[in-house]
Design a protein around this ligand. Structure first.
Ligand code: AMP
Length: 124
């Protein structure tokens, strides 16, 4: 059941297609609840996307409907990936866009990991 005020999940979105194996990705990590892969248009030397395998439109949808295991799994996996990529010492930024004001492009919840250069202030 969709969360009130959010669009229904669109099964044809690009991340749903990646999850179904219809289009390729450069995989960084996969487990029962999560897939992570390199962004196709990287905005930093490291730009990884971490997505739940479940069908959630956005952070609002994920935080309301996902199970404890899915939520813990996603956020623990973000930490696993940043450690695996050796990002802790120099640092990184996590970002999740939600809805039109954020310019969310793909309507499947995802967390961006940016790293590999000084990232400046939070917003341009
Ligand atoms: P957002 O604006 O937060 O929805 O971010 C969506 C991200 O998905 C953008 O950074 C895109 O470059 C990225 N993206 C779109 N299509 C693909 C794809 N096929 N593989 C990897 N990343 C993609």
């Amino acid at each position: 059941m969709a969360v009130s005020g959010l669009p229904p999940y669109d099964e044809s979105n690009v991340f749903a297609r990646i999850l179904r194996g219809e289009i390729p990705c450069r995989k960084v990590h996969e487990d029962a609840h999560v897939l992570a892969f390199h962004d196709i248009h990287p905005q930093a030397p490291v730009h990884v996307l971490v997505i739940p395998k479940g069908a959630y439109v956005s952070f609002a949808d994920f935080s309301e409907r996902a199970s404890e295991a899915e939520i813990a799994g996603l956020f623990r996996t973000v930490g696993t990936i940043t450690r695996k990529l050796g990002l802790e010492a120099k640092g990184y930024r996590l970002l999740a866009n939600m809805g039109p004001d954020s310019n969310q492009e793909v309507a499947h919840f995802h967390v961006h990991i940016f790293a590999g250069r000084p990232l400046g202030r939070m917003l341009p």
